[in-house]
Structures are given as structure tokens and as C-alpha cells.
Design a protein around this ligand. Structure first.
Ligand code: RB5
Length: 150
């Protein structure tokens, strides 16, 4: 699995915690994770980071997932979902994190650093990464998201 992770300044600290957690608790190696910025707490624009991260996810292919952290998760998800092929979900709970992989085949998770603490964010991320798309009846629905007939 390959993870592309990005944040704006508001999500910078939580993103760093999540990167550490991915390495220590989820067994991911440095090569499995690409930090797409930002690289400091200087103010920056979340649409730029969302775009950069999502294009890398799409370019890598099916084995890649994206994680975007901003203040609320909302701006990142709005920006990410403008990009064709991206199915981004902002969530503050583990149930939605799991279900959006199972049913929506979400390929990007958005988290709000001003909304959830580190522990919950780690659990949300874990739920997202450890769940696979269920396929079946959901395949046709996901295809409709892309404007395609199934
Ligand atoms: C930055 O202040 C904040 O607006 C941004 O991180 C995000 O929450 C937008 O949705």
C-alpha cells in the first residue's frame, strides 16, 4: 500500500503525528508514505495541497490512498472531490471511515485537526486503511459517481 499524505498549516502537526503512527503502529515504511506538504506551519492554501496529493494518488494507481488534513477536513474534501477519479470523505468517526471504503471505495480520507484529537485521528486512519471496497452492488453506484454506466 502507498499513502500520499498532505496538510495545510492547520493540519501540519496532526499530519506529522499520523506519519509517525503509520510508521510505528501500522508497519508502513518510509517508502510507503509520501509527504506532499506543507512542510511548516506557515500559512498555505489547502486547495493546492489537496490537488498535489490527489494527482499523486491517481498517478500511482489502485494501490494508493490519500490522506488530507486541514482544520476541519471540509476544505480538503471539497477541493479533492473536484478532481475526477477522487472519492474523498471527511469524517470524525471510525464507522464512516470504514463504511466509506466498503461502500464508496473512497480513495482519500480527510481529517480535521481542529476537530479530532491525535488518538481518534489515528483510529480513523487505521479503520480507513484496513478496510477494502466491498464491490458487488456498490460497484455500479461508484461507477455512477464518475458519470459512467455500470
Ligand atoms: C485554515 O485556517 C482553515 O481554513 C483550513 O485548514 C480548513 O479548515 C478549511 O477547510
Amino acid at each position: 500500500m502507498k499513502i500520499f499524505i498532505g496538510s495545510d498549516h492547520a493540519g501540519f502537526r496532526l499530519k506529522n503525528e499520523l506519519i509517525k503512527s503509520l510508521q510505528q503502529n501500522n508497519g508502513l515504511h518510509t517508502a510507503d508514505i509520501t509527504n506532499c506538504g506543507c512542510f511548516s506551519e506557515d500559512s498555505c492554501d489547502y486547495p493546492d495541497i489537496a490537488r498535489e496529493t490527489c494527482l499523486k494518488v491517481l498517478d500511482f494507481g489502485d494501490d494508493a490512498l490519500g490522506v488530507l488534513v486541514c482544520g476541519t477536513g471540509a476544505g480538503m474534501s471539497i477541493a479533492a472531490n473536484k478532481i475526477r477519479g477522487i472519492r474523498a470523505t471527511a469524517t470524525e468517526n471510525t464507522y464512516t471511515a470504514r463504511m466509506t471504503r466498503l461502500h464508496n471505495n473512497a480513495n482519500v480520507l480527510c481529517i480535521g485537526a481542529r476537530v479530532v484529537g491525535v488518538g481518534l485521528a489515528e483510529d480513523i486512519l487505521k479503520a480507513f486503511l484496513s478496510t477494502q471496497f466491498e464491490g458487488g452492488r456498490h460497484s455500479a453506484r461508484v461507477a455512477k459517481l464518475e458519470g459512467a454506466d455500470a
